[in-house]
Structures are given as structure tokens and as C-alpha cells.
Design a binder for this molecule. Sequence first.
Ligand SMILES: Cc1cc2nc3c(=O)[nH]c(=O)nc-3n(C[C@H](O)[C@H](O)[C@H](O)COP(=O)(O)O)c2cc1C
Length: 185
Amino acid sequence: MKVVVCITGASGVCYAKRLLEVLKDKGVKTSLVVSESGKKVIEQELDVGLDYLVNLSSEYYENEDFFSPLASGSHRFHSVVVIPCSMKTLAAVAHGYSNNLICRVCDVAIKERRKLILMPREMPLSAIHLENMLKLSRLGVVIMPPIPAFYGKPRSVEDIVDFVVGRVLDNLGISNDLFKRWGDI
Ligand SMILES: Cc1cc2nc3c(=O)[nH]c(=O)nc-3n(C[C@H](O)[C@H](O)[C@H](O)COP(=O)(O)O)c2cc1C
């Protein structure tokens, strides 16, 4: 199983960091792609650098690298997670505008009917953002905005991040105990 993890320039790169940590712990192979804006948000929001994230991944590709295997539907990967997903990348994916590797691998996932999870982050959402999400949802793309639940009584930011990442892992079919589930509380 190989999961492609894409980081774009929306707030919330901490979710990608945690996802990569857990996937590595579980022995899941990952390919990492980070947009230029994503790199800037990593510098702004994380206490670790891009190198830390690259070291967590099994392989890393530049977003301009269309010679990457990820750019082709003939390459085998299980799923793509764009975490977090900017409104720009959301719009590009919704319109099949594959001008970088992240948009291209999303395009490949859609055309090959593979799992694609987008974690869009913006507030408030405009009608453009909502229409793009609706269009993609109707194509089978999973739209997972990082919205925490509070029934598990989170006590820290880490608890909130783990809830969101745990729900992404659930959707990928990867068992995890990152958060308290309703029914177990
Ligand atoms: C610190 C910072 C936070 C940002 N947060 C968001 C955000 O939450 N959502 C969003 O859609 N764009 C956000 N942006 C703007 C995007 O980075 C910008 O639209 C960029 O073109 C996205 O490109 P990419 O999708 O290729 O990464 C943010 C930019 C910066 C510098």
C-alpha cells in the first residue's frame, strides 16, 4: 500500500506532519509532494522544517516534476491525500487543470477511480469554494475539512489534530486509536 501525501499552502500543515508520523509508525509507504506555498506555510506554522517531513516519507518529489512516476496512471498507488488543501489547488483539481504534480496526481486518482481525500481549509467558504467541493464530491472525491468533534473532550491541540488525522486514517482503511470514538466514551 502506498499513500501519496500532498501538502499545499493552506493553514494546518500540522495535520500533514502528524499523518506522515503515524503512517511511518504503521509501516505504510508514502510519497510526499509539497507545493511552494506549502513550504512557506511549513516555515510559518511548524517547529520542524521540510527536511523532517521528507525524512518521514518513503520518497519525495518536487511539485514541478512531471517525470515523477506519480504523474502517470500506470504507476501503482493506493490513494492520494491533499492535507491541507488550498482553495487554489481545490479549484485546479475541480477543473482538471494539472499544472503541477499535486494537481496531476489528483487528476490521475480521479480518472483511475482511486481514493482521493482533500482536506480543504478556508473560512468563510465562498460559493466558488462550495461549488468546487460539491463537484468533486459528486465524482467520488472525499472532502474532509479539518473539523474536530468535541464529544471526546479534547484537552490539547494535539488531541484535536489526532481526531482529524484519525478520521483520515479511518477513511483510508487504516486502523488506529488516535481518538476516542463515539460509543466507546
Ligand atoms: C501563512 C499562509 C496561510 C494561508 N492559508 C490559506 C488557507 O488556509 N487556505 C487557502 O486556501 N489559502 C491559504 N493561503 C494562500 C495560499 O497559500 C495561496 O492561495 C497559494 O497560491 C496556494 O498555492 P498551492 O495550492 O499551490 O499551495 C495561505 C498563505 C499563507 C502564506
